[in-house]
Design a protein around this ligand. Structure first.
Ligand code: AMP
Ligand code: MG
Length: 333
């Protein structure tokens, strides 16, 4: 397995956005400061680099990540804005507001960065060094908070080093974070705008622009936080777990050994968990589409070891296999 990062060279504390941009473009992980907290950045179009974010954080599940851009124009080349999104972007960007919108057709952001969802969370940070870095990199940068899973979000470069030393290539010194709170997350992809995460931009500030917002606390309104529903990521076909081989009517999500024939998506023939994580959502989408078209009865998924990134892969697979919250096909008559 390639889970051990102990052979990683020491993490560099760097002051040059140019050097940080070169590392990001090479697929390395670089933490950088924004006005909210320090983010752990990777090229969002590079699924292996995104997989390494989860590996470095030791996150046991794949949550969709926020993609960062230097301008609203750059962000809106990757997602489809509506009128409200454009209005809020003019008012609050650059700044600590994240908008969830449908992906543009052909959006190059990896499926893993968006956890397989048809929507993407985007933000334009206000911090001048972060914006310089994003401009120099010229890529969408996926960045969750730069801490190990379960630890406190870092607001100084030293916090990042204390937590992630040896696990990431570099930390770009951006000074202490001014806001120190995560960004507000607003979902504009549904019929009604929904506040998914409270943050520095308050509900009142948003409602002055949007009118009443739905949220988990609004009676009758239940916006779905991604990953919360057990079956949220379910393909249309049933999924069978821990299958060492596919049955006669099954498509196969392989991890190493695979039959020579049949409808097969190989996550990683060399059994690399990083590679498997990078391919997971592509694989589920691809198999679901082709298996349905070819009349397969189910998708069988190979056993994945529950170590390192395997935990997050198995979390996602067991959600895909969970009993459905609502019937997906026509009820049996
Ligand atoms: P973090 O990157 O750890 O700051 O967290 C990102 C936040 O944005 C989480 O609360 C996610 O659930 C939310 N988020 C990211 N992408 C999406 C999306 N496509 N749809 C809904 N929420 C999202
Ligand atoms: Mg966090």
């Amino acid at each position: 397995m390639d889970q051990s990062r102990t052979d990683q060279p020491a993490t560099k504390l760097i002051a040059s956005p140019d050097q940080a941009a070169r590392l990001l473009r090479a697929g390395e992980l670089v933490a950088f400061g924004t006005e909210t907290v320090y983010g752990l950045g990777a090229d969002a179009t590079n699924a292996q680099a995104v997989a390494r974010i989860y590996e470095a954080k030791g996150r046991p599940s794949f949550n969709p990540l926020i993609c960062h851009f230097p301008s609203a124009e750059a962000a809106f080349r990757h997602v489809r804005p509506n009128d409200l999104a454009e209005k809020l972007a003019r008012k609050f960007w650059p700044g600590p507001l994240t908008l969830v919108l449908p992906r543009q057709a052909g959006c190059p952001v990896s499926q893993l960065a968006g956890a397989g969802l048809p929507t993407l969370a985007v933000r334009v940070p206000a911090h001048p060094t972060a914006r310089e870095l994003l401009t120099l990199t010229g890529l969408p940068i996926a960045a969750p908070s730069a801490n190990r899973s379960g630890r406190v979000s870092p607001t100084r470069a030293a916090h990042v080093l204390a937590d992630l030393e040896g696990r990431i290539a570099a930390v770009l010194e951006c000074g202490p974070c001014q806001v120190g709170l995560e960004s507000t997350v607003l979902d504009l992809s549904g019929e009604m705008p929904a506040l998914l995460r409270p943050g520095f931009i308050t509900r009142e500030m948003l409602e002055a622009e949007t009118g009443p917002l739905a949220s988990a606390a609004t009676p009758g309104a239940k916006p779905v936080a991604p990953g919360m529903l057990a079956s949220h990521y379910a393909p249309t076909l049933p999924v069978r777990l821990n299958a060492t081989a596919p049955g006669p009517e099954e498509a196969y999500l392989a991890f190493g050994p695979a039959p020579a024939k049949g409808l097969i998506f190989q996550l990683s023939d060399r059994q690399s968990l990083t590679e498997a994580a990078a391919n997971l959502f592509e694989g589920l989408h691809w198999l679901d589409e082709h298996a349905t078209r070819q009349g397969c009865a189910a998708i069988a998924a190979a056993p994945i070891p529950s170590t390192g990134l395997g935990l997050a892969i198995n979390d996602r697979l067991s959600r895909a296999a969970a009993p459905r919250a609502a019937p997906l096909a026509k009820p049996f008559r």
